[in-house]
Write a protein that binds this ligand. Structure first.
Ligand SMILES: Nc1ncnc2c1ncn2[C@@H]1O[C@H](COP(=O)(O)OP(=O)(O)O)[C@@H](O)[C@H]1O
Ligand SMILES: [Mg+2]
Length: 352
């Protein structure tokens, strides 16, 4: 191919391959699908343009654009030895990748701030709930004591246990909330997924629910924050064991409760972990808001509604995805995690 044709094809490919992720960063994650498609097409064009010219002066651009399309940020082309045109192209390319990194950072920050506002609003609401029964219980006791000491004696145990229960609920809520709020940015290291799944299963050895682990030998090592991933599995398995056990108790004809943890090689660069249970499925009232904080059907029995919110956040920070398939015969949560682990260039986690 002629050098000029290659340059043309390269320019046509470079611009959208950089602009597409920029669009996704600015306009939101719903653009990621189309963006991935555009990037693949662009990269094919770059590869085609340079197939016969790996050693051409355009090769560094193709390589850099490929890295951008793979999700790397802050990629710069060094054009010192290039022609004046090459240097101009390099400067423009470098400006584009800087703008892309900056736009992504801003967009993540804005998203986080918005999420925090919602969480603060919900938190205030959740704290207000137990205050009413606490106030009523104390008022009842005061009234009873001033009117009828016998009634006071009679009410004392009942009303004080309401206060203690509600205070306990507040404590649980605050504990879970501080886990959620203090969650540091992931510190990735090599993770043995089989061992991790086994650890999550072992915690439920005495629960009366069979928790099985199915992970093939020779799974690739995953780069992730082990403690955070353990927390994800802990939350998912706790929900699964509860759902399975409840179902078995309600309807013994359906057989014993079980939970299955599995790990398989996902796509070329991902690992897929699933947590399946024999429960009765997720309640329709919470399904559409499942990953939002404080969404729970276990208000009265120790639920905080933060388990899945925490899990979702950790998986997202690892640049993974989390999906759910649920029905009357059970629920399966599936995580898809990049083997290479989270990249460290995406924004500032301390903001949220
Ligand atoms: N495996 C599951 N089977 C059925 N329902 C589930 C399952 N996992 C989660 N849920 C539902 O989602 C809600 C939210 O879960 P979660 O965020 O862990 O909060 P919590 O467990 O404190 O209620 C639960 O209250 C429950 O209704
Ligand atoms: Mg839970």
């Amino acid at each position: 191919m002629k050098a000029s044709a290659r340059a043309l094809a390269l320019a046509a490919a470079l611009v959208p391959s950089v602009l597409a992720p920029l669009l996704a960063a600015v306009e939101g994650p719903e653009y990621l699908g189309p963006v991935a498609g555009i990037s693949v097409v662009c990269m094919a064009a770059v590869a085609w343009a340079l197939r016969t010219g790996r050693s051409s002066p355009l090769a560094p651009f193709a390589e850099a654009a490929e890295r951008v399309a793979r999700g790397e940020r802050g990629v710069q082309v060094d054009a010192e030895a290039a022609t004046p045109e090459g240097q101009r192209l390099a400067a423009a390319f470098n400006r584009m990748t800087e703008a892309l990194a900056e736009a992504e950072k801003r967009s993540r920050r804005a998203e986080r701030l918005a999420a925090w506002r919602d969480i603060a609003r919900q938190m205030a609401h959740e704290i207000k709930n137990p205050l009413t029964p606490i106030r009523l219980a104390v008022e009842n006791l005061r009234k009873a004591r001033s009117r009828d000491p016998a009634l006071f004696e009679e009410l004392f145990d009942e009303e004080t246990s309401i206060v203690l229960e509600e205070v306990e609920r507040l404590r649980r809520l605050l504990d879970a909330f501080s886990t959620f709020a203090r969650m540091p940015r992931p510190k990735p290291g090599p993770v043995d997924v089989r061992e991790l799944l086994q650890h999550a299963a072992d915690l439920h050895r005495t629960s009366g629910c069979a928790v099985r682990v199915e992970a093939a030998e020779g799974l690739p090592v995953l780069r992730a924050d082990r403690d955070q991933l353990a927390q994800v599995l802990l939350n998912l398995v706790a929900n699964a064991v509860l759902a399975a056990t409840e179902r078995a108790a309600q309807d013994p004809t359906r057989g014993a409760a079980w939970v299955r943890l599995a790990a398989v090689h996902g796509g070329a660069r991902t690992l897929r972990i699933s947590v399946a249970d024999s429960g009765a499925g997720i309640d329709a009232s919470v399904l559409s808001r499942l990953y939002e904080p404080y969404v729970t059907t276990r208000q009265g029995s120790g639920g905080t509604g933060l388990g899945l919110a925490i899990a979702y956040r950790i998986v997202t920070e690892h640049q993974g995805t989390m999906g759910v398939d649920t029905g009357p015969d059970g629920t399966t949560f599936t995580l898809e995690l990049p083997l290479a682990g989270p990249t460290t260039t995406l924004g500032d986690s301390t903001l949220g």
